[in-house]
Design a protein around this ligand. Structure first.
Ligand code: NAP
Length: 365
């Protein structure tokens, strides 16, 4: 059974890993804590950005000679391959670390095998400590490796009666200033923020991160089949963040200031799997889908929503569009059932986080 000291050190490693969210793609977030024989922390690190040193390397640098005979706690199995940086398993061995405890095995076929390398060198290896916590912290990257597409978090803000706009289309501001600030955190954690052409037309959203120092701006994506919703001067075309407009193969595009990707059409709009493939090919590992309800319905119908974050405001409207439009579900037995993983008060609102159970696989367009 794990000692309390092991749990404390791994929990700290999970906290450290979270600091890299939004900045490490296409790599995972990883945290590492090194403790000496008396249990004192001698090194800490996390993977800060793709191409930069891995968490173990940061922690080993801080530990210096005190790494000899120490224990390293790592949220993900130390890598075994030479990518843009050297293999961490070798770095741990070279530093004289005598024990390595990691939380989650590396599912990446190119990088796996670190534990075997460590064992072969005589290092004691433990696996699975705080596995669920570490997995939750790295869910975007793990989902992308397992499914070969980005992790999709669908976020919406609704009244308590489930409306995302009033009957006349006005929707600012349903949720509180606190909730809106929280959404900027979600944007900062994502590699891409996606909206449909309806939202682009109605709200002219900006979609960049504001108010978070050092945040890496996500790619702003508008799904605009006919290339008619994003017009010159649209806020999404400013230089605050890169922007990608997804249009149909045969659309006539006359827009400067944004990159355009051409995708196949689906029965309605563009193919959601093709959109996710295109984003994945660009290194996008996590998507924050910010609606609206029509596009969100298409993502749900495609089995491409991995997590739902709903901000429920204590407001009633009684009429107006619902949070989710048609998702291809016509009878109660087809209902997409979710597990609630978190409920938090955010200012006057309630933030509910839930995930399909079991994780749905991607269906056709
Ligand atoms: N409270 C909130 O959280 C929130 C968030 C976002 C939006 N909103 C509100 O929602 C309203 C806009 O929502 P909306 O449902 O009209 O628009 P939407 O979901 O933003 O965009 C829908 C449009 O996306 C395009 N599209 C491209 N591929 C698609 C696909 N595979 N499936 C479906 N559509 C696809 C279609 O138009 P084309 O094919 O012609 O491009 C479709 O009409 C506004 O009132 C906005 O204020 C509220």
């Amino acid at each position: 059974m794990a000692q309390q000291a092991d749990i404390t050190a791994m929990r700290r490693a999970v906290e450290l890993a979270a600091r890299g969210l939004g900045a490490t793609s296409p790599n995972p977030v990883v945290g590492c804590v090194i403790t000496d024989a008396s249990g004192d922390v001698v090194g800490e690190g996390f993977h800060q950005r793709a191409g930069g040193p891995h968490a173990e390397v940061h922690a080993l640098r801080e530990a210096g000679g005190r790494a000899r005979g120490a224990t390293a706690y790592v949220t993900l199995e130390p890598c075994n391959h030479t990518g843009r940086t050297g293999p961490c398993a070798q770095a741990l061995i070279a530093a004289g670390v005598s024990r390595v405890v990691y939380a989650v095995g590396d599912p990446n076929p190119q990088a796996t095998g670190g534990a075997d390398t460590l064992r072969a060198a005589g290092v004691e290896v433990g696996q699975g400590l705080l596995e669920a916590e570490a997995e939750a912290g790295n869910i975007a990257w793990l989902t992308s490796v397992r499914h070969g597409r980005p992790f999709v978090r669908w976020k919406y803000a609704a009244t308590l009666d489930g409306r995302i706009a009033a009957a006349d289309g006005t929707s600012r501001w349903i949720s509180s200033a606190e909730s809106r600030a929280d959404v900027h955190r979600l944007r900062a954690e994502a590699d891409a923020v996606v909206v449909g052409s309806g939202t682009a037309r109605a709200d002219d959203p900006h979609l960049a991160v504001r108010g978070i120092d050092g945040a890496v701006q996500p790619l702003r994506v508008v799904v605009d089949t006919e290339a008619t919703a994003v017009k010159p001067g649209a806020r999404v075309l400013d230089d605050a963040a890169p922007t990608l407009i997804a249009v149909a193969d045969d659309a006539a595009v006359s827009l400067d200031g944004a990159e355009v990707v051409r995708l196949p059409r689906a029965a309605r709009g563009l193919s959601v799997p093709a959109l996710l493939d295109a984003l994945h090919a660009r290194g996008v590992r996590s998507v924050l889908l910010e609606g609206g309800p029509t596009l969100a319905g298409a993502f749900v119908a495609a089995g491409a929503v991995d997590q739902v974050v709903g901000y429920l405001a204590p407001v009633l409207l009684g009429a107006g569009p619902n949070a989710l439009a048609d998702a291809g579900i016509s009878t109660i037995t087809e209902a997409l059932r979710l597990d609630v993983t978190e409920t938090v008060r955010v200012g006057p609102d309630l933030r509910v986080t839930a995930a399909p159970h079991p994780t749905a696989t991607l269906k056709g367009a």
